[in-house]
Design a protein around this ligand. Structure first.
Ligand code: B12
Length: 212
């Protein structure tokens, strides 16, 4: 469990650039069998949202925000051995960010969570051009696709990606999510029959046995 003391110690280490202390905290939580979902939301996501607020209110520099983000991406790799422990279910998902979307940590978490449930998760990262995404889906023939969006003004880009995927792969279900949907966007998704907006990792886990 992530107590307020653990969280505060972690955030202090993150902002100070103390990778060793950050690693120790995360490794201890993993050794104590913390749920991956809790580690992701209650430590990594929570601290990065706080970093975002500090950055927005000019309390930390862009450089310090970049450093905290880079450290978090490194710490996510500590979780790697945990991802593949469960039984494999022979299902595939392709997870990506839309074109012009550079926030990739949320999408990576989605891919990781599917991996812990036995899926083969292909994570394409940030800013994937639509044509490249289509070509990859065609090569891998996944059971499901997922798109992550953080910036609301990138909604047209997400819409283009969803529209192209549905046109080329009419039977493929598409999950969309990310903090861009805090500011709206659900109406856009309603126009696509195979596209489903999920608000959180809890909602995602409920859908994990997606009927594909
Ligand atoms: C790190 C960061 C960056 C980095 C990203 C690097 C990287 N490697 O990812 C960089 C420097 C590139 C960046 C750039 C920008 N950023 Co920025 N960034 C952040 C920051 C601090 C953390 C992002 C993060 O990783 N969060 C943690 C993850 C885990 O959270 P998450 O993405 O929400 O994901 C969770 C859920 O949403 C969900 N989820 C996510 N995807 C999906 C998909 C599916 C299918 C499902 C089911 C669920 C799901 O699951 C995840 C786990 O729970 C945020 C602050 C914040 N509030 O997040 C600002 C933030 C997102 N950025 C912001 C802004 C404004 C920008 C810039 C426009 C700044 C600028 N002027 O250049 C650019 C835009 C770049 C672009 N075109 O994309 C604003 C967005 C405000 C808004 N209204 O849209 C924020 C909120 C900062 C703020 N104001 O507080 N940023």
């Amino acid at each position: 469990m992530i107590t307020p003391t653990i969280y505060d110690r972690y955030l202090t280490a993150l902002l100070a650039g103390n990778r060793q202390a950050g690693t120790t905290t995360v490794q201890k939580l993993l050794d104590n069998h913390i749920q991956i979902k809790s580690l992701y939301t209650d430590l990594f996501q929570k601290s990065l949202y706080q970093v975002g607020e500090l950055w927005e209110s000019n309390k930390i520099t862009v450089a310090r925000e970049h450093m905290a983000t880079a450290i978090t991406e490194g710490l996510l790799n500590l979780v790697y051995p945990e991802l593949f422990r469960g039984e494999r279910c022979q299902k595939k998902i392709v997870v990506s960010c839309a074109a012009n979307e550079f926030h990739q940590i949320g999408g990576k978490m989605i891919a990781d969570l599917f991996e812990t449930h036995g899926w083969d998760a292909f994570f394409l990262g940030a800013n994937t051009p639509v044509d490249e995404m289509l070509a990859f889906i065609d090569e891998e023939k996944p059971d499901l696709a997922a798109l992550s969006l953080s910036i609301y003004y990138n909604m047209p880009s997400l819409k283009s990606a969803v529209s192209a995927i549905e046109a080329h792969f009419p039977d493929l279900n598409i999950l969309v999510g990310g903090q861009a949907f805090r500011w709206g966007g659900a109406d856009i998704i309603h126009n696509f029959k195979n596209t489903h907006l999920l608000k959180s990792l809890d909602d995602l886990e409920k859908q994990m046995a997606w009927p594909v």
